[in-house]
Design a protein around this ligand. Structure first.
Ligand code: NAD
Length: 436
């Protein structure tokens, strides 16, 4: 089968490479010519473990190619995945301009029956919006265009994306007609064979399932962060509480880590988008709206925590920030807590030095007044506090004596609770963490 994936970002690139690995012929259409040139030379524009070798092998074996010519890629495919960005707008709603543009391009290129699948995370109703736009553009010649639309939301986690695509917890497919469903089942046959659970439903339900998943995970995070804040008042230990509740199989251990709140390109935008389109539909998602508020306040609290740790006044202080990406194993800094925390520190008059194993280039474009350093120790040189914002492995095993020698005063603010308070006190640090 020949497929086309439109958009070579985190989702499109990994989706295309994984389908190629399953033996499908994939052309990834990307409008950014520089990205396509780089990919052609074997350079991967994002940091994602395992992706470079997967792309290289499948290109070499002739199953994966990149192009800027979307029309040609669409014409040669039976299945077209839309994997372009769907960023948030000021009011929380989703900017669908990239999806609309792609739908028009598909409409212009349509040359026979195809299944057009929305993989981007989109508000309920968007797959029908895509259908209507394709129909309007393709129908201009007078003939009735032949195609189906379907929804196949993506649940991959950056940093573990290849495993998530090759061995997903589940695949959700929303389709309204048997032909589209049969083609998608054929495409996903390798996963059917290894007994991956499939949830097959209608298009609106599939679209909403993606938001429900992200909103639920975000809820766990905001819930545990509220408990952490309460623990700080009453002398509790949020990690023990997370374990105490997480070992209950009905609750589950994951996503119960107190910290600076959720970030990244998905949870913040998807919770706001869900709250927005639910309100438009006449239903308020009160829990989701509270989750968003708690998350925004958590970033402000983290700035206050750092301010308290450096003596109550940020002006004239230097802070060493360890970690910029929204989580380890990715260079993605979109809506990362580090950005708001750094801006909050700077607004209070502090200077910021920072280090991240892979995200400094992306962060530098957004944070002009930060000194980016070659490692964690250089970032903490003469700083009034070291702050762990992202739990990269190297920050879990810092040479504490060396770190202490670099700092102006031995203050460590651990926003990810990676260290045990007692061992840090023993190492001579004034140690601050979250909810302990
Ligand atoms: P991204 O911004 O990394 O990539 C989007 C790509 O699409 C860019 O390279 C862009 O140049 C390209 N593009 C835009 N318009 C185009 C056009 N007309 N023709 C060809 N290419 C075009 O975005 P992403 O992180 O991959 O996310 C894509 C979608 O998947 C979003 O809706 C997102 O919410 C969803 N999603 C993302 C993740 C994630 O972890 N990043 C996980 C699940 C779902």
């Amino acid at each position: 089968m020949n497929i086309c994936v439109i958009g070579a970002g985190y989702v499109g690139l990994v989706t295309g490479a994984c389908f190629a690995e399953f033996g499908v012929h994939v052309v990834i259409a990307e409008k950014d010519a520089e990205k396509v040139d780089a990919l052609g030379r074997g350079e991967i524009p994002i940091y994602e473990p395992g992706l470079a070798s997967l792309v290289e092998r499948n290109m070499r074996e002739g199953r994966l190619a990149f192009t800027t010519d979307t029309a040609e890629a669409v014409r040669g495919a039976l299945v077209v995945f839309i994997a372009v960005q769907t960023p948030p707008q000021q009011d929380g709603s989703t900017d669908l301009s990239a999806v609309d543009a792609v739908a028009s391009e598909i409409g212009q290129a349509l040359n026979g029956y195809k299944v057009i699948i929305t993989k981007s995370t989109v508000p309920v109703g968007t797959s029908y919006r895509v259908r209507d736009r394709i129909r309007a553009v393709a129908g201009q010649g007078g003939s009735e265009p032949s195609f189906s639309v379907a929804s196949n939301p993506e649940f991959l986690r950056e940093g573990a994306a290849i495993g998530d695509l090759m061995r997903p917890d589940r695949v959700v497919i929303g389709a309204d007609d048997e032909t589209a469903l049969a083609i998608m089942q054929d495409l996903y046959r390798p996963l059917f064979l290894n007994e991956t659970p499939f949830v097959i439903t209608n298009i609106a339900t599939a679209e909403l399932t993606k938001y429900a998943a992200n909103a639920f995970l975000a809820t766990k995070i905001s819930f545990v962060n509220e408990l952490a804040n309460l623990c700080e008042r009453i002398g509790g230990d949020v990690q023990a509480i997370a374990r105490g509740i997480g070992l209950d199989g009905r609750i589950g251990k994951k996503f119960l880590h107190a910290g600076p709140g959720f970030g990244g390109s998905c949870f913040p935008k998807d919770t706001r988008s869900a709250a927005h389109f639910a309100r438009q539909a006449g239903e308020q998602l009160e829990i989701v709206e509270a989750v968003i508020r708690v998350n925004e306040q958590q970033r402000v609290r983290m700035v206050r925590k750092i301010q308290d740790a450096v003596g109550g006044e940020l002006a004239g202080k230097t802070v060493g920030i360890l970690g910029l990406s929204f989580k380890p194993e990715t260079d993605d800094v979109r809506d990362a807590p580090a950005l708001d925390i750094i801006r909050g520190l700077q607004a209070g008059g502090a200077s910021v030095r920072a280090f991240d194993p892979v995200a400094m280039r992306a962060a530098a474009a957004l944070l002009p007044d930060v000194s980016f350093c070659k490692d964690a120790y250089e970032a903490c040189e003469d700083a009034d506090a070291a702050v762990i914002v992202t739990e990269w492995n190297p920050f879990r095993m810092l040479d504490l004596a060396r770190l202490r020698a670099k700092l102006k005063q031995p203050v460590l603010v651990d926003l990810r609770n990676v260290y045990e308070p007692e061992s840090l006190h023993k190492a001579g640090f004034e140690y601050h963490s979250v909810g302990r």
